[in-house]
Write a protein that binds this ligand. Structure first.
Ligand code: PPS
Ligand code: ADP
Length: 637
């Protein structure tokens, strides 16, 4: 038994202190018993030496987050799992295991692979930063592998480790591994998962799980454990837009009124202005109270109680948010719903929806389409069956605060509860407010088109998508977009080019370059592009689109993998030096305002699908880079 685990018995406080500053990675393991999952987890825990005793420390961590026993360890959490489940009286079959190495602490959400797996998987994946997806080297990528990957992508997991297990049963064959790796990498790219690593291993023999072993000399990459210890997952958190869903109003006496909850996003400091949603009332943070004394600043996922400088009305289910980037407040939303019950999801039926700390009755007004996880095609359906995934319009009985899931997962996801059985029957990820989708509230019923996107695209023999070129003025978007479209045309693909410069003369002629007008311009371009995608076309868009939020909004309108963001990167000096349209000179002379890179920022994409450097590369090289990315994503043959 290791030194650290001895400490648990002799001096728990010292043990916890030692581990306090190590960063924590939550991950999920996906795969079935047949894929060797139990052996894999056993091997991971066994070879990393620190086994089950450490669960105590995990419980201690969850206790401070969710528990009710103050500084003491809430042992009930050991048996009960997560608080949100406990509150609903739902038992979901997810085992949370804890272990740690010298470099990191880990929580594994282990979900059984039986037929109800989607429910378990979605629950486990909803708090995970990374997924380990197991495949059996003898069978390779299966339907279930694709389904798991799709759900991981939906839930915003950005790091996937594909564990190609049972290499011993294929004679440690390099070719077998490489074929699986290539097939999977291509599929994951189509889903838009940015970070995918594949490791050949044998959980049974131990090779490449924690220790390298001796059977795979041709593999010189990291072991699975090395990847788990080093994957950089912290940057995935949203620390900008404050969201504090209020779990409880704490009122021990007349002179104290605090709002307690777990920070879902953003940071909070005393003195910060906050807006309470849905009311819209504003106040400032007076104190951030915790069991260990007042804080100067708090980050997610800390549990805090804040007090405000004004007596405004805030209750459970409300969200305290940043006034500059507040959550959407609406009573209709579009969401991708993973259905987890035998009884199908039926439009028109009443369910309860638990979103953040709010629970409201709701109906699914309609199912826009069901998504085939194998082909990623859309199908028109009247209901969703067990394990199926669909994009749905949800009508809530009250206006509640929420966010798109890919911006803030905690306030962008919900569970669907059957009102009779109180079982969780679905999990939803918000794509956007439905009124946003419609532009404005309208009574006009939607018309269902007889022909589907799949049919239209099928006729053209291609996979439609949006290729979105963003970059400073003069960086090369228009030139590149035209060259790209010509290359596509020559290869026989059907495409269209939407250049903002033209849109501004027609569709957006009424808009200026203010923050809101840019958002509206991009919404119109996105709406048009989505129609072209629906028509089966590869749609190239060239738009300055300097704000990340606006680009994220476009990404959200299409399926995972259908939005390919290209950062057309050039230094501001290079753009200024060329100044083809004289815009920079006019901005310097004060004749125009709001030019990105001059008097407003350009928010460069953090993880674009493609980055081209138009200062260093010639046009042809940049075009080739984009074509390669499209090939890798299965858009081009
Ligand atoms: N502030 C300001 N004032 C005057 N003109 C401006 C301003 N910002 C942009 N432009 C010009 O408008 C072109 C299209 O901009 P976009 O529609 O792509 O901008 S945005 O996406 O809506 O942010 C844009 O095209 P490109 O130069 O090709 O980027 C510019 O020519
Ligand atoms: N790799 C490249 N990709 C695109 N444009 C390039 C590249 N290298 C040089 N250029 C030149 O940069 C200029 C970019 O202008 P333009 O396409 O109008 O930019 P934007 O549309 O971003 O304002 C053009 O003169 C183009 O020929």
């Amino acid at each position: 038994m290791s030194h650290a685990s001895d400490l648990i018995e002799t001096d728990i406080e010292r043990y916890l202190k030692q581990h306090e500053h190590k960063d924590l990675l939550r991950f999920i393991t996906c795969g079935s018993v047949d894929d060797g999952k139990s052996t894999f987890i056993g091997r991971l825990l066994h070879d990393s030496a620190l086994v089950y005793e450490d669960q105590l420390a995990a419980v201690r961590q969850d206790s401070t987050r969710y528990g009710t026993t103050g500084d003491d360890v809430d042992l009930a959490l050991l048996v009960d799992g997560l608080q949100s489940e406990r509150e609903q009286g739902i038992t979901i079959d997810v085992a949370y295991r804890y272990f740690s190495t010298d470099r990191r602490k880990f929580i594994i959400a282990d979900t059984p692979g039986h037929e109800q797996y989607t429910r378990n998987m979605a629950t486990g994946a909803s708090t995970a930063q990374l997924a380990v997806i197991l495949v059996d080297a003898r069978h390779g990528v299966q339907v279930q592998t694709r389904r798991h990957s799709y759900i991981c992508a939906l839930l915003g997991i950005r790091h996937v480790l594909l564990a190609v297990n049972k290499m011993d049963l294929v004679d440690w064959d390099q070719g077998t591994f490489e074929a699986i790796r290539d097939e999977y990498t291509a599929f994951a790219r189509r889903l838009g998962i940015p970070d995918v690593r594949c490791v050949p291993l044998s959980a049974l023999k131990g090779d490449n799980v924690v220790h390298r072993g001796e059977h795979l000399p041709w593999y010189d990459g990291p072991t699975l454990m090395e990847l788990l210890e080093t994957v950089e997952a912290k940057a995935d958190r949203n620390l900008r837009d404050l969201r504090l869903p209020v779990q409880t109003v704490v009122r021990p006496s007349h002179d104290f009124r605090g709002f307690a909850g777990t920070l879902a996003a953003g940071t909070v400091r005393p003195g910060d202005e906050v807006v309470a949603l849905p009311s819209g009332l504003r106040s400032r943070v007076a104190r951030i109270v915790t069991y260990d004394g007042d804080l100067d600043v708090a980050f997610p996922p800390q549990s805090v109680t804040v007090t405000l400088t004004d007596e405004i009305d805030v209750s459970r289910g409300d969200v305290l948010a940043s006034p500059t980037h507040p959550a959407t407040v609406d009573d209709t939303l579009d969401a991708r719903i993973v259905w987890m019950a035998e009884q199908p999801l039926l439009p028109g039926r009443q369910y309860d929806i638990k979103l953040g700390t709010a629970t409201v009755p709701a109906v699914v007004e309609r199912i826009h389409h069901r998504i085939d996880v194998n082909t990623l095609e859309h199908h028109q359906v009247e209901e969703l069956g067990l394990n199926e995934i669909g994009l749905c319009r949800v009508q809530l009985s009250a206006r509640v605060p929420f966010d798109p899931y890919d911006e803030i997962a905690n306030t962008g996801s919900f569970i669907v509860i059957d009102r009779m059985s109180l079982h969780t029957v679905g999990a939803g990820m918000v794509t956007r407010a439905a009124t946003e989708a419609a532009g404005a509230e309208t009574d006009v019923p939607r018309r269902r088109l007889a022909l589907s996107k799949a049919q239209r695209a099928g006729q053209k023999g291609q996979r439609p998508c949006i290729v979105w070129l963003t970059g400073l003025s003069g960086s090369g978007k228009s030139s590149l977009a035209n060259a790209l479209e010509q290359a596509l045309f020559r290869r026989g693909y059907h495409s269209y080019l939407i250049d903002a410069g033209n849109v501004r003369h027609g569709l957006s002629h009424d808009l200026d370059f203010s923050r809101d007008a840019r958002a509206e311009n991009i919404r119109r371009m996105a709406e048009t592009a989505t129609m072209f995608v629906d028509a089966g076309l590869i749609t190239v868009c060239a738009s300055l689109s300097p704000y990340r939020d606006d680009r994220a909004m476009v990404r959200e309108r299409v399926e995972p993998g259908e939005f390919i963001e290209v950062h057309v990167d050039a230094t501001i000096d290079a753009c200024r030096a060329a100044d083809l349209d004289g815009l920079y000179a006019r901005a310097d002379a004060g004749e125009i305002q709001g030019l990105p890179g001059v008097d407003i920022p350009y928010e460069a994409p953090e993880q674009p699908e493609v980055r081209v450097d138009t200062v260093a590369e010639d046009l042809e090289t940049s075009v080739r880079k984009i074509l390669t990315a499209l090939e890798e994503r299965g858009v081009l043959r």
